[in-house]
Design a protein around this ligand. Structure first.
Ligand code: SF4
Length: 404
């Protein structure tokens, strides 16, 4: 989020030397022999007590200047200090591309223009509008948080990050973003992109799969903040961190030559940017196959499909889905005698989740209004009404492209 167009801009920036809180050393860095940057002359650095290299000086000023000059602007959620909009965009942007959120954000806002509208909406409406964004626990938390805000805070967001963090689904970085953007609180965000930028900047060797290293990095992030931010500095600084991580210091192709903080960046000087962040514990993904029994009834008013709500926990929790089975044999066994032979196996679909690789095997069965042998809870939904139902994105795509 950039400094909002039309918002008052800070008329001047402090000198680099004026920035930051008293210095802290980056864990894992070797002892500096002098108060010079690794690349040699010209880069001012702060002196630091104890072991480790001092923090680079001037980072906040460079970042703020760059954001105002070259950072992203004009995104639908920029140019506001409304905590509801900031919160919504922050939650949507977690694990999701800007290009995707660009479409979802205005639609969500049109249907739920404020906290009260969201709190009073049926959960199914919220899930339906979220459908396709993935990570559906975000939508459930968003809804729950709106209800808590109305019940306990009269629908008004707390102003400080510490209180914001007590709300459901608002983590430390999201709370910091809301407080910094909307109220200029001097607090650092630290999402995945920012961790990458800062670990490279500082050549931070701590293992981020360990909570202690994460805490240490957060403390350093706090030390890098502008020391006495002007009215819009925290907004520009926070947006600058986000922009740098998203557009310049990218995961596999950091563009160090065009980076506004290259002169301060230890990883760039050492040519080791891709080494950071250090994380020894890697995500193990499980492979899993699901057989989806797609029951289609062609009634006089058009085709309709049998959908059931997923359990409250686990994959696609709370969303609607076709009946799921662990094998084709189990799917056939759930049908009354004589129906399994009419099943049409469709092409499998691969779908990646954070911890799993799913392989979906659709089994289409036509013309059966009450097809399941065992009494299952669910409902028939007209194909034309699918967009009103909270469905996982791959399933929505599959169901809207069924063969005739
Ligand atoms: S100089 Fe390179 S590694 Fe350092 S912050 Fe910039 S893009 Fe990232």
């Amino acid at each position: 989020m950039s400094a909002a167009p039309g918002r008052p801009q800070a008329s001047s920036h402090r000198s680099p030397q004026g920035e930051g809180t008293p210095m802290r050393s980056a864990p894992g860095c070797s002892q500096a022999s002098s108060h010079r940057s690794p690349q040699g002359e010209g880069t001012p650095v702060r002196s630091a007590p104890g072991p480790g290299l001092p923090l680079p000086t001037g980072f906040a000023t460079l970042l703020i200047d760059w954001q105002r000059r070259a950072g992203r602007s004009g995104l639908p959620w920029q140019g506001t200090r409304d905590p509801y909009r900031v919160w919504l965009s922050e939650v949507m942007l977690q694990q999701t591309q800007v290009s995707t959120v660009r479409n979802y954000f205005p639609r969500f806002l049109a249907r739920f223009p404020n906290v009260r509208a969201l709190a009073e909406a049926p959960a199914d409406d919220v899930m339906a509008l979220w459908s396709g964004l993935g990570y559906y626990s975000r939508a459930r938390h968003l809804h729950r948080c709106a209800q808590v805000l109305v019940a306990r805070h009269s629908g008004v967001f707390p102003v400080d990050a510490q209180t914001l963090q007590t709300l459901p689904g608002i983590g430390a970085s999201t709370a910091a973003a809301i407080a910094a953007f909307c109220h200029g609180e001097r607090i650092s965000i630290l999402d995945g992109n920012v961790r990458r930028v800062l670990t490279r900047l500082l050549a931070f060797e701590g293992d981020l799969s360990q909570a202690g290293a994460q805490r240490a990095l957060w403390a350093l992030a706090q030390d890098l903040l502008p020391s006495e931010p002007g009215p819009d500095d925290m907004s520009a600084y926070t947006q600058g961190l986000m922009d740098l991580g998203a557009t310049v210091c990218t995961r596999s192709r950091p563009q160090c030559d065009g980076c506004p903080v290259q002169a301060l960046c230890r990883a760039a000087q050492a040519g080791t940017a891709l080494r950071y962040p250090v994380k020894t514990r890697t995500l193990k993904r499980r492979h899993e196959s699901w057989w989806l029994l797609v029951l289609r009834d062609v009634s006089a008013s058009g085709p309709r499909l049998w959908l059931e709500r997923r359990p409250a926990r686990g994959i696609w929790a709370g969303l609607f889905c076709t009946p799921v089975f662990e094998s084709e044999a189990l799917a056939c066994a759930a049908l009354p005698p004589g129906h399994a032979g009419r099943i049409q196996a469709l092409a499998p679909v691969a779908h990646s989740l954070t911890h799993r690789e799913l392989r979906l095997h659709p089994l289409l069965l036509d013309g059966q209004p009450d097809p399941l042998a065992a009494g299952r809870e669910g409902r028939w939904v007209a194909l034309a009404m699918l967009e009103t139902v909270g469905l996982p994105a791959p399933l929505r795509q599959l169901l809207t492209q069924l063969p005739n």
